[in-house]
Design a protein around this ligand. Structure first.
Ligand code: BGC
Length: 385
Protein backbone atom coordinates (compact mmCIF):
# COMPACT_ATOMS: atom_id res chain seq x y z
CA UNK A 1 0.00 0.00 0.00
CA UNK A 2 1.39 3.43 -0.86
CA UNK A 3 0.50 6.26 1.46
CA UNK A 4 0.85 9.88 0.52
CA UNK A 5 0.71 12.36 3.33
CA UNK A 6 -1.23 15.57 2.98
CA UNK A 7 -2.68 15.84 6.44
CA UNK A 8 -4.58 18.86 7.63
CA UNK A 9 -5.76 19.22 11.18
CA UNK A 10 -9.54 19.35 11.49
CA UNK A 11 -9.30 22.81 13.06
CA UNK A 12 -7.54 24.26 10.08
CA UNK A 13 -3.81 24.55 10.74
CA UNK A 14 -1.57 22.35 8.64
CA UNK A 15 0.65 20.12 10.71
CA UNK A 16 4.37 20.61 10.24
CA UNK A 17 5.16 17.23 8.82
CA UNK A 18 8.27 18.07 6.87
CA UNK A 19 9.71 14.61 7.42
CA UNK A 20 6.70 12.89 5.94
CA UNK A 21 7.07 11.71 2.40
CA UNK A 22 5.54 9.10 0.19
CA UNK A 23 6.35 5.72 1.64
CA UNK A 24 5.63 2.20 0.68
CA UNK A 25 4.09 -0.05 3.28
CA UNK A 26 4.78 -3.72 2.82
CA UNK A 27 1.66 -5.78 3.37
CA UNK A 28 3.53 -8.51 5.20
CA UNK A 29 4.94 -8.55 8.71
CA UNK A 30 8.46 -9.51 7.61
CA UNK A 31 10.60 -6.51 8.34
CA UNK A 32 13.71 -5.25 6.60
CA UNK A 33 15.93 -2.79 8.51
CA UNK A 34 14.57 0.71 8.37
CA UNK A 35 11.17 -0.54 7.38
CA UNK A 36 7.62 -0.34 8.56
CA UNK A 37 5.03 -2.99 7.91
CA UNK A 38 1.32 -3.02 8.60
CA UNK A 39 -1.10 -5.84 9.41
CA UNK A 40 -4.63 -6.08 10.81
CA UNK A 41 -4.90 -6.00 14.62
CA UNK A 42 -8.66 -6.31 15.11
CA UNK A 43 -11.69 -4.03 15.36
CA UNK A 44 -12.27 -1.13 17.76
CA UNK A 45 -15.60 -0.82 19.63
CA UNK A 46 -16.50 1.89 17.07
CA UNK A 47 -16.37 -0.77 14.33
CA UNK A 48 -13.19 0.73 12.83
CA UNK A 49 -10.52 -1.75 11.75
CA UNK A 50 -7.21 -1.09 13.46
CA UNK A 51 -3.69 -1.98 12.40
CA UNK A 52 -0.46 -3.10 13.97
CA UNK A 53 2.63 -1.35 12.60
CA UNK A 54 6.04 -2.99 12.96
CA UNK A 55 9.04 -0.65 12.97
CA UNK A 56 12.52 -2.13 12.57
CA UNK A 57 15.94 -0.45 12.68
CA UNK A 58 19.26 -1.57 11.22
CA UNK A 59 20.30 -3.21 14.54
CA UNK A 60 17.29 -5.50 14.59
CA UNK A 61 15.42 -3.59 17.29
CA UNK A 62 11.67 -3.89 16.70
CA UNK A 63 8.85 -1.69 17.99
CA UNK A 64 5.19 -2.53 17.38
CA UNK A 65 2.53 0.15 17.61
CA UNK A 66 -1.21 0.03 17.02
CA UNK A 67 -3.28 3.04 15.99
CA UNK A 68 -5.83 1.95 18.65
CA UNK A 69 -4.84 4.24 21.53
CA UNK A 70 -1.46 4.86 19.90
CA UNK A 71 -0.38 1.89 21.98
CA UNK A 72 3.20 0.58 21.90
CA UNK A 73 2.41 -3.14 22.10
CA UNK A 74 5.92 -4.54 21.90
CA UNK A 75 9.58 -3.43 22.15
CA UNK A 76 12.14 -6.08 21.21
CA UNK A 77 15.65 -5.19 22.37
CA UNK A 78 18.86 -7.21 22.83
CA UNK A 79 20.28 -8.21 26.21
CA UNK A 80 24.03 -8.14 26.91
CA UNK A 81 24.44 -11.39 24.95
CA UNK A 82 22.41 -10.09 22.00
CA UNK A 83 19.26 -12.08 22.79
CA UNK A 84 16.11 -10.19 21.81
CA UNK A 85 13.24 -10.01 24.27
CA UNK A 86 10.03 -8.04 24.48
CA UNK A 87 10.40 -5.56 27.38
CA UNK A 88 6.90 -4.04 27.55
CA UNK A 89 3.62 -5.45 28.86
CA UNK A 90 0.67 -5.72 26.49
CA UNK A 91 -1.75 -7.94 24.63
CA UNK A 92 -1.66 -10.04 21.46
CA UNK A 93 -4.61 -8.28 19.83
CA UNK A 94 -6.84 -5.24 20.21
CA UNK A 95 -9.52 -7.31 21.99
CA UNK A 96 -7.17 -7.65 24.96
CA UNK A 97 -6.78 -3.88 25.24
CA UNK A 98 -10.53 -3.32 24.90
CA UNK A 99 -11.37 -5.94 27.54
CA UNK A 100 -9.36 -4.15 30.16
CA UNK A 101 -5.94 -2.59 30.22
CA UNK A 102 -4.30 -0.42 32.88
CA UNK A 103 -3.14 1.82 30.01
CA UNK A 104 -0.44 -0.65 28.84
CA UNK A 105 1.76 1.26 26.34
CA UNK A 106 -0.93 3.83 25.56
CA UNK A 107 -0.90 7.48 24.62
CA UNK A 108 -2.68 9.09 27.55
CA UNK A 109 -4.73 12.31 27.23
CA UNK A 110 -6.17 14.80 27.48
CA UNK A 111 -4.74 14.83 30.99
CA UNK A 112 -2.26 12.19 32.09
CA UNK A 113 -2.64 11.33 35.80
CA UNK A 114 -5.16 12.89 38.17
CA UNK A 115 -7.29 16.01 38.41
CA UNK A 116 -8.75 16.34 41.93
CA UNK A 117 -12.46 15.56 42.18
CA UNK A 118 -12.71 15.87 38.36
CA UNK A 119 -12.99 19.66 38.48
CA UNK A 120 -10.91 22.62 37.38
CA UNK A 121 -11.51 26.31 36.70
CA UNK A 122 -10.17 28.12 33.66
CA UNK A 123 -10.99 31.75 32.79
CA UNK A 124 -13.57 31.82 35.64
CA UNK A 125 -15.45 28.83 34.26
CA UNK A 126 -15.56 25.53 36.14
CA UNK A 127 -15.32 22.36 34.09
CA UNK A 128 -16.52 18.96 35.32
CA UNK A 129 -14.82 15.77 34.20
CA UNK A 130 -15.54 12.09 34.78
CA UNK A 131 -14.58 10.79 38.21
CA UNK A 132 -13.10 7.44 37.23
CA UNK A 133 -10.51 6.77 39.95
CA UNK A 134 -11.94 6.89 43.49
CA UNK A 135 -12.92 10.52 43.95
CA UNK A 136 -10.66 11.81 41.15
CA UNK A 137 -10.35 12.04 37.38
CA UNK A 138 -7.59 9.85 35.90
CA UNK A 139 -5.88 9.68 32.48
CA UNK A 140 -8.43 11.65 30.47
CA UNK A 141 -11.66 10.05 31.66
CA UNK A 142 -13.94 7.29 30.44
CA UNK A 143 -12.86 7.30 26.81
CA UNK A 144 -9.44 8.89 26.83
CA UNK A 145 -6.95 9.03 23.96
CA UNK A 146 -5.86 5.48 24.88
CA UNK A 147 -9.22 4.19 23.59
CA UNK A 148 -9.40 6.25 20.39
CA UNK A 149 -8.53 5.18 16.87
CA UNK A 150 -5.76 7.49 15.64
CA UNK A 151 -5.08 8.25 11.96
CA UNK A 152 -1.73 6.68 11.10
CA UNK A 153 0.85 7.15 8.36
CA UNK A 154 4.50 6.12 8.07
CA UNK A 155 7.43 8.53 8.38
CA UNK A 156 10.87 8.07 6.82
CA UNK A 157 13.74 7.86 9.35
CA UNK A 158 17.36 7.15 8.26
CA UNK A 159 18.11 3.45 9.08
CA UNK A 160 15.03 3.40 11.26
CA UNK A 161 11.30 3.80 10.92
CA UNK A 162 8.60 6.17 12.07
CA UNK A 163 4.86 6.33 12.52
CA UNK A 164 2.80 9.50 12.59
CA UNK A 165 -0.47 9.47 14.54
CA UNK A 166 -3.08 12.20 14.60
CA UNK A 167 -6.22 12.63 16.63
CA UNK A 168 -8.91 15.25 16.63
CA UNK A 169 -10.67 15.71 19.98
CA UNK A 170 -13.83 17.85 19.73
CA UNK A 171 -14.79 20.70 22.05
CA UNK A 172 -16.09 19.41 25.42
CA UNK A 173 -15.09 15.80 24.77
CA UNK A 174 -14.82 14.18 28.22
CA UNK A 175 -15.70 17.63 29.59
CA UNK A 176 -12.56 19.41 28.32
CA UNK A 177 -12.96 22.70 26.41
CA UNK A 178 -11.58 23.39 22.92
CA UNK A 179 -11.29 21.55 19.64
CA UNK A 180 -7.90 19.94 20.02
CA UNK A 181 -5.67 18.56 17.26
CA UNK A 182 -2.99 16.19 18.52
CA UNK A 183 -0.06 14.86 16.53
CA UNK A 184 2.38 12.25 17.81
CA UNK A 185 5.36 10.90 15.87
CA UNK A 186 7.00 7.70 17.07
CA UNK A 187 10.50 7.24 15.60
CA UNK A 188 12.65 4.18 16.05
CA UNK A 189 16.16 5.49 15.41
CA UNK A 190 19.36 3.68 14.55
CA UNK A 191 20.79 4.09 18.08
CA UNK A 192 18.09 1.82 19.57
CA UNK A 193 15.95 4.71 20.76
CA UNK A 194 12.22 5.21 20.53
CA UNK A 195 11.53 8.91 20.23
CA UNK A 196 8.02 10.21 20.95
CA UNK A 197 7.36 13.75 19.72
CA UNK A 198 4.03 15.34 20.58
CA UNK A 199 2.44 18.56 19.31
CA UNK A 200 -1.06 19.90 19.80
CA UNK A 201 -3.14 23.00 19.11
CA UNK A 202 -6.51 24.20 20.38
CA UNK A 203 -9.11 26.77 19.35
CA UNK A 204 -10.14 27.63 22.97
CA UNK A 205 -8.12 27.78 26.20
CA UNK A 206 -7.85 24.27 27.63
CA UNK A 207 -5.58 22.08 29.76
CA UNK A 208 -3.35 19.39 28.32
CA UNK A 209 -0.88 16.83 29.67
CA UNK A 210 0.16 14.01 27.34
CA UNK A 211 2.29 10.96 28.07
CA UNK A 212 3.04 7.41 27.03
CA UNK A 213 2.18 4.75 29.59
CA UNK A 214 4.55 1.88 28.73
CA UNK A 215 5.07 -0.76 31.43
CA UNK A 216 8.68 -1.93 31.28
CA UNK A 217 10.36 -5.07 32.51
CA UNK A 218 13.97 -5.21 31.32
CA UNK A 219 14.11 -8.94 32.09
CA UNK A 220 11.27 -9.46 29.60
CA UNK A 221 7.53 -8.85 29.89
CA UNK A 222 5.88 -11.52 32.02
CA UNK A 223 9.16 -12.77 33.49
CA UNK A 224 8.36 -11.71 37.06
CA UNK A 225 9.44 -8.91 39.34
CA UNK A 226 11.16 -5.61 38.54
CA UNK A 227 12.21 -5.14 42.17
CA UNK A 228 15.73 -6.31 41.18
CA UNK A 229 16.21 -3.47 38.66
CA UNK A 230 18.26 -0.44 39.66
CA UNK A 231 16.88 3.02 38.99
CA UNK A 232 18.28 6.53 38.83
CA UNK A 233 15.93 9.52 38.72
CA UNK A 234 17.37 12.95 38.03
CA UNK A 235 15.23 14.74 40.62
CA UNK A 236 16.08 16.58 43.85
CA UNK A 237 12.39 16.95 44.66
CA UNK A 238 9.08 15.13 44.30
CA UNK A 239 5.41 16.00 44.83
CA UNK A 240 4.04 14.22 47.94
CA UNK A 241 0.45 12.99 47.67
CA UNK A 242 -2.59 12.52 49.87
CA UNK A 243 -4.42 9.21 50.35
CA UNK A 244 -6.24 9.73 47.02
CA UNK A 245 -2.92 10.35 45.19
CA UNK A 246 -3.46 14.10 44.73
CA UNK A 247 -0.34 16.25 45.37
CA UNK A 248 -0.46 18.63 48.35
CA UNK A 249 1.15 21.28 46.14
CA UNK A 250 4.60 21.30 47.72
CA UNK A 251 7.86 20.24 46.12
CA UNK A 252 9.54 18.19 48.85
CA UNK A 253 13.23 17.24 48.93
CA UNK A 254 13.97 13.57 48.18
CA UNK A 255 17.08 13.68 50.41
CA UNK A 256 16.84 11.20 53.28
CA UNK A 257 13.68 9.53 51.91
CA UNK A 258 12.92 6.36 49.89
CA UNK A 259 12.40 8.78 46.96
CA UNK A 260 16.07 9.63 46.65
CA UNK A 261 17.11 7.99 43.37
CA UNK A 262 19.75 10.59 42.51
CA UNK A 263 22.25 7.77 42.73
CA UNK A 264 21.01 4.41 41.44
CA UNK A 265 19.10 2.29 43.95
CA UNK A 266 17.54 -1.14 43.60
CA UNK A 267 13.80 -0.50 43.16
CA UNK A 268 12.89 -3.08 45.81
CA UNK A 269 15.29 -1.71 48.42
CA UNK A 270 12.91 0.82 50.04
CA UNK A 271 9.57 0.04 48.35
CA UNK A 272 8.08 -1.37 51.57
CA UNK A 273 9.61 1.23 53.89
CA UNK A 274 7.56 2.50 56.82
CA UNK A 275 6.94 5.83 55.16
CA UNK A 276 3.62 7.67 54.79
CA UNK A 277 4.25 8.54 51.14
CA UNK A 278 5.09 4.93 50.28
CA UNK A 279 1.85 3.99 52.06
CA UNK A 280 -0.20 6.59 50.17
CA UNK A 281 1.14 5.30 46.84
CA UNK A 282 0.99 1.59 47.80
CA UNK A 283 4.66 1.68 46.76
CA UNK A 284 6.08 4.13 44.23
CA UNK A 285 3.34 6.03 42.39
CA UNK A 286 4.74 9.55 42.56
CA UNK A 287 5.70 12.48 40.38
CA UNK A 288 9.36 13.51 40.49
CA UNK A 289 10.38 17.12 39.78
CA UNK A 290 13.14 16.81 37.21
CA UNK A 291 16.32 18.87 37.62
CA UNK A 292 15.73 21.00 34.52
CA UNK A 293 17.59 24.24 33.89
CA UNK A 294 15.39 25.16 30.93
CA UNK A 295 12.99 23.43 28.62
CA UNK A 296 15.55 21.36 26.71
CA UNK A 297 15.76 17.59 26.66
CA UNK A 298 17.46 16.13 29.77
CA UNK A 299 18.05 12.63 31.10
CA UNK A 300 15.13 12.00 33.46
CA UNK A 301 15.79 8.44 34.56
CA UNK A 302 17.89 5.36 33.91
CA UNK A 303 16.83 1.79 34.74
CA UNK A 304 19.13 -1.24 34.62
CA UNK A 305 18.56 -4.95 34.92
CA UNK A 306 21.61 -6.70 36.42
CA UNK A 307 20.23 -10.02 35.15
CA UNK A 308 20.06 -9.12 31.45
CA UNK A 309 22.32 -6.07 31.30
CA UNK A 310 19.60 -4.05 29.57
CA UNK A 311 19.59 -0.32 30.28
CA UNK A 312 16.70 2.06 29.58
CA UNK A 313 17.55 5.76 29.57
CA UNK A 314 14.57 8.12 29.46
CA UNK A 315 15.14 11.70 28.32
CA UNK A 316 12.44 14.34 28.18
CA UNK A 317 11.52 17.98 27.79
CA UNK A 318 8.78 17.56 30.43
CA UNK A 319 9.13 18.96 33.98
CA UNK A 320 8.13 15.71 35.70
CA UNK A 321 8.15 11.94 35.57
CA UNK A 322 5.70 9.60 37.31
CA UNK A 323 7.37 6.49 38.70
CA UNK A 324 4.69 3.82 38.99
CA UNK A 325 5.86 0.37 40.07
CA UNK A 326 2.83 -1.66 38.96
CA UNK A 327 1.43 -1.72 42.49
CA UNK A 328 -2.09 -2.42 41.24
CA UNK A 329 -1.21 -5.26 38.86
CA UNK A 330 -2.80 -8.30 40.49
CA UNK A 331 -2.52 -11.19 38.04
CA UNK A 332 -5.89 -10.54 36.39
CA UNK A 333 -4.21 -9.19 33.24
CA UNK A 334 -3.14 -12.11 31.07
CA UNK A 335 -0.95 -10.63 28.36
CA UNK A 336 1.03 -11.57 25.28
CA UNK A 337 1.65 -15.27 24.92
CA UNK A 338 -0.63 -16.04 27.92
CA UNK A 339 1.79 -14.51 30.42
CA UNK A 340 0.31 -13.30 33.70
CA UNK A 341 1.27 -9.87 35.03
CA UNK A 342 1.48 -9.77 38.81
CA UNK A 343 2.11 -6.97 41.30
CA UNK A 344 5.35 -5.07 40.62
CA UNK A 345 6.10 -7.04 37.47
CA UNK A 346 6.67 -3.76 35.60
CA UNK A 347 7.55 -0.12 36.14
CA UNK A 348 6.37 3.00 34.31
CA UNK A 349 8.27 6.24 33.81
CA UNK A 350 5.54 8.57 32.57
CA UNK A 351 7.07 11.87 31.51
CA UNK A 352 4.55 14.59 32.23
CA UNK A 353 3.48 17.83 33.85
CA UNK A 354 2.66 17.40 37.52
CA UNK A 355 -0.61 15.71 38.54
CA UNK A 356 -3.53 18.06 39.28
CA UNK A 357 -1.68 21.09 37.84
CA UNK A 358 -4.95 22.78 36.72
CA UNK A 359 -5.78 23.16 40.45
CA UNK A 360 -2.25 23.86 41.70
CA UNK A 361 -1.11 27.45 41.24
CA UNK A 362 2.51 26.72 42.19
CA UNK A 363 2.97 24.01 39.54
CA UNK A 364 4.10 24.75 35.96
CA UNK A 365 1.03 25.56 33.91
CA UNK A 366 -0.76 23.00 31.75
CA UNK A 367 -2.98 25.62 30.08
CA UNK A 368 -2.86 25.63 26.28
CA UNK A 369 -4.27 28.66 24.49
CA UNK A 370 -5.23 29.28 20.86
CA UNK A 371 -2.15 30.26 18.86
CA UNK A 372 0.20 28.29 21.13
CA UNK A 373 1.68 24.94 20.17
CA UNK A 374 1.97 22.28 22.86
CA UNK A 375 5.23 20.37 22.45
CA UNK A 376 6.76 17.50 24.36
CA UNK A 377 9.53 15.11 23.40
CA UNK A 378 10.52 11.95 25.21
CA UNK A 379 13.19 9.44 24.16
CA UNK A 380 13.41 5.88 25.49
CA UNK A 381 16.91 4.69 24.64
CA UNK A 382 18.01 1.09 25.09
CA UNK A 383 21.57 -0.13 25.60
CA UNK A 384 23.39 -2.87 27.53
CA UNK A 385 26.26 -3.17 29.95
C1 BGC B 1 -1.10 6.16 38.09
C2 BGC B 1 -1.45 4.95 38.88
C3 BGC B 1 -2.38 4.10 38.07
C4 BGC B 1 -1.69 3.74 36.77
C5 BGC B 1 -2.57 2.95 35.86
C6 BGC B 1 -0.41 5.72 36.83
O1 BGC B 1 -0.08 6.83 36.05
O2 BGC B 1 -0.33 7.09 38.80
O3 BGC B 1 -2.05 5.30 40.11
O4 BGC B 1 -2.74 2.93 38.76
O5 BGC B 1 -1.29 4.90 36.10
O6 BGC B 1 -3.76 3.58 35.65
Amino acid sequence: MTLRNHMKSPIGSTFALAALTTLTLAATASAAPGSITQKPFGTAPSGQAVSLYTLTNSHGMVVKITNYGGIVTSILVPDRRGKLDDVVLGYDNVAGYIKGSPYFGALVGRYANRIAKGKFTLNNKTYTLAVNNGVNHLHGGKIGFDKKVWAASPVRIPNGAGLSLTLYSPDMEEGYPGNLAVHVVYSLTDDNALKIAYTATTDKPTVLNLTNHSYFNLNGAGSGTILDHTLMINANRYTPIDKTSIPFGLLAPVAGTPFDFRRPHVIGERINAANLQIKNGAGYDHNFVLNHRGSSLIVAARAYSPKTGRVLTVSTTEPGVQLYTGNFLDGTNVGKGGKVYNRRNAFCLETQHFPDSPNQKAFPTTTLRPGQVYRQTTIDKFSTR
